[in-house]
Design a protein around this ligand. Structure first.
Ligand code: ARG
Length: 551
């Protein structure tokens, strides 16, 4: 709450508040949501599009408005006075073009420089969220298929945490199975020293498994302990949850199984053999997250193949009254964040040359190795590499390599399949993490070379947005808040990548057109550089990428 108090509303939210109040004055009998978007260049900064739809709702009734243009004029005239807005014009069939005050933009950036980037975090309507992501099968090694859930989920977690939402990260590994319980219990028996268990490597898993199986068969007491150790966390909650659903008349018998009919399709919750399954565990987990953990938003990150499962699960939860139906209350809410496949260059599911699954650790190692080779090649010629310690080179290649893998995943709309290509992701041109790392490092070097105390400038200097490219950059910077807000609302990290990339292009244009060091506007322009660096680093952080300061 304290942090939220210091937060500022996004520009978009502030404009929407003004528009809402104007709409109430203009058409008091209608309930209208403000329609606002960022303008195309040359038409102000934001555009309000309410006039046309408002007119179509009131036409035919006794109204003073002859056409949408007149409605647009009225909405524009009724906008409350505000220091945000410089000017307003109404164009075409009633588009309201809003131009922000350059002084206000500049002041907002200065405030952020003084009070910190946290004050630019958007304000979300929830306090606590459960984020169920990564979620591999623990019986197997993680492979490239898990990369998307882990990368996307981790980014969503950072995004929500930045907006002051408490995030409970959940790795839903599902049923451990009795075999795992057996191995776990046996491990504890063999290494009674608790502290020591984690340090033991079981060399021969085969014989270890055999020995534990023998204990399992011979000793009923061990058998029971193994069963307990192998149970999923949610197991004890399944029977009471299913009982609640049965009492509500939702669970019925069908072909020897117990099912919930969701839109005429059976969701099996007790199998024919009496056992529980994926759906019953997920029902118990959802109940727990809503009622015990009291999360207002529960988010599941898996491949799109599971869309149907989650649709059935959420619909069943609505039938049970756990989740509000769509139109009225919005929270608590459950969302499935689906994603497409990772493809190889052959357009098929990504595999190694010998058609095995790709181990995640090998993939990350290779990204790092390639980026190291690239750095050495790039810098050997100009002698810069000599400045770097081995450790620095190592850390830089890791930041660049891992960042490249993450970014090339996150920049796509998550629902589409994408082709995994080291060459593409490690290119220093185009929308890649490598390009962005260079762009960021360049900003750092501009500031270093100016040899001014930027921390002091932040407190004493002022920003003026006189040149058109200064203003473009300033406007872009303050839009950070609403971009994060929308990326959170739609659970779409790629919006953040789009923003980061266009920010860095906007910075480039500014830097090419506006001399920084040695110009009369040096202080103001250095502060713009510093603000751009801060926003880029914050984007990197949200995307799980370590920024490089020197390249
Ligand atoms: N482990 C599951 C799988 O590999 C994904 C679990 C997703 N989370 C959930 N609550 N169902 O398919």
């Amino acid at each position: 709450d304290e942090a939220a108090e210091h937060s500022v509303q996004s520009v978009e939210q502030q404009l929407c508040t003004l528009i809402t109040s104007s709409l109430r004055a203009t058409v008091p009998d209608l309930d209208v949501e403000p329609m606002l978007e960022v303008s195309k260049p040359g038409f102000g900064d934001y555009q309000c599009n309410n006039a046309m739809s408002v007119f179509s709702r009131i036409r035919g009734s006794a109204t003073n408005f002859r056409n949408p243009m007149a409605v647009g004029q009225a909405i524009a005239n009724n906008l409350p006075q505000s220091n945000i807005i410089e000017s307003i014009s109404v164009a075409g069939p009633g588009y309201i073009n809003i131009t922000l005050s350059s002084n206000w933009i500049a002041q907002r950036i200065q405030d952020m420089l003084v009070c910190g980037i946290k004050t630019w975090a958007p304000i979300l309507p929830v306090k606590r969220a459960v984020l169920d992501f990564s979620s591999p099968n623990i019986a197997k090694e993680m492979h490239v298929g898990h990369i998307r859930s882990t990368i996307i989920g981790d980014t969503l977690a950072h995004m929500f945490e930045f907006t002051n939402v408490e995030v409970l990260r959940r790795n839903h590994v599902g049923d451990w199975g009795t075999q795992f319980g057996m191995l776990i219990e046996f491990l504890f028996e063999q290494f009674p020293d608790w502290e020591d268990v984690g340090n033991q490597a079981v060399g021969d898993l085969q014989s270890f498994y055999k020995a534990s199986k023998k204990r399992f068969d011979d000793d009923p007491d061990f058998k029971e302990r193994a069963r307990q150790a192998g149970e999923s966390f949610y197991n004890p909650y399944i029977p009471p949850v299913l009982e609640d659903l049965t009492n509500k008349g939702l669970i019925v018998e069908s072909k020897g199984a117990r099912v919930i009919f969701v839109e005429d399709h059976p969701l099996i919750v007790i199998k024919q053999d009496g056992g529980f399954n994926y759906a019953s565990t997920d029902l118990a987990a959802l109940w727990y997250r809503l009622n015990v953990e009291k999360a207002e938003w529960i988010i599941y990150v898996t491949d799109v193949g599971q869309q149907r499962h989650f649709h059935m699960l959420f619909t069943a939860a609505k039938m049970a009254g756990w989740l509000p139906e769509q139109n009225g209350k919005k929270y608590p809410k459950a969302s499935h964040v689906g994603f497409g496949l990772v493809l190889g260059s052959d357009g098929k599911r990504f595999r190694t040359r010998c058609s095995e699954v790709v181990r995640l650790v090998d993939l990350l190692d290779e990204a790092k190795a390639r980026s190291k080779a690239q750095l050495i090649k790039r810098f050997t010629g100009n002698g810069q590499i000599a400045d770097w310690t081995d450790d620095e080179l190592d850390r830089t290649s890791e930041a660049i390599g891992y960042g490249a893998v993450k970014y090339s995943d996150l920049k796509n709309n998550r629902l589409t399949d994408y082709t995994f290509s080291f060459d593409q992701m490690l290119s220093d041109k185009g929308n890649t993490a490598v390009y962005l790392q260079y762009a960021h490092a360049r900003i750092c070097s501009i500031i270093r070379k100016a040899s001014k105390d930027v921390e002091k400038l932040k407190m004493t200097g002022a920003i003026t947005l006189g040149h058109p490219y200064e203003r473009f950059l300033g406007l872009h910077l303050i839009q950070f808040t609403e971009v994060v807000e929308q990326a959170c609302a739609d659970l779409q990290p790629h919006r953040l990548c789009d923003y980061l990339y266009s920010l860095s292009l906007t910075f480039s244009k500014f830097y090419t057109n506006c001399q920084v060091v040695g110009s009369p506007e040096e202080t103001s322009r250095l502060l713009l550089c510093e603000a751009t660096g801060i926003i880029m680093r914050q984007c990197f952080h949200l995307l799980g990428i370590t920024p490089v300061h020197k390249l």
